[in-house]
Design a protein around this ligand. Sequence first.
Ligand code: AMP
Length: 122
Amino acid sequence: MSETIFDKIISREIPADIVYEDDISLAFKDINPQAPVHFLVIPKKRIATINDIAKEDREVVGHLSWVAAKVAGEMGIAQEGFRTVMNCNEFGGQSVYHIHLHVLGGKLLGWPPYTDKPKNLE
Ligand code: AMP
């Protein structure tokens, strides 16, 4: 699996607005926010899509949700609520092939999400 822009963020080759880091994961603000708060939580291990999660990756992937809630709490959006999303492949709207949990909040979010016309169908 080839390197993505997120590997360059992990290695600090390109800058990002990092909000959390530990041995397993990195969280940083999305460059094109879709809500008042929008950050991404990624594993440092390169995993292309949800379909590529191996049995031994389960702890790493679970860790991403723990980080999402921790940072959401620090940002003051946890009590009102927020949404986590992990897109998979073309139909899921994935554009970066290194799994990432989107964390969106800071406003009342519409549901179901597919009532909005997706960018890739314009
Ligand atoms: P997805 O379409 O689910 O693969 O989401 C990829 C996300 O990565 C999009 O929301 C992009 O705005 C975001 N993104 C791409 N490049 C960067 C970057 N350099 N820094 C922060 N976020 C990025």
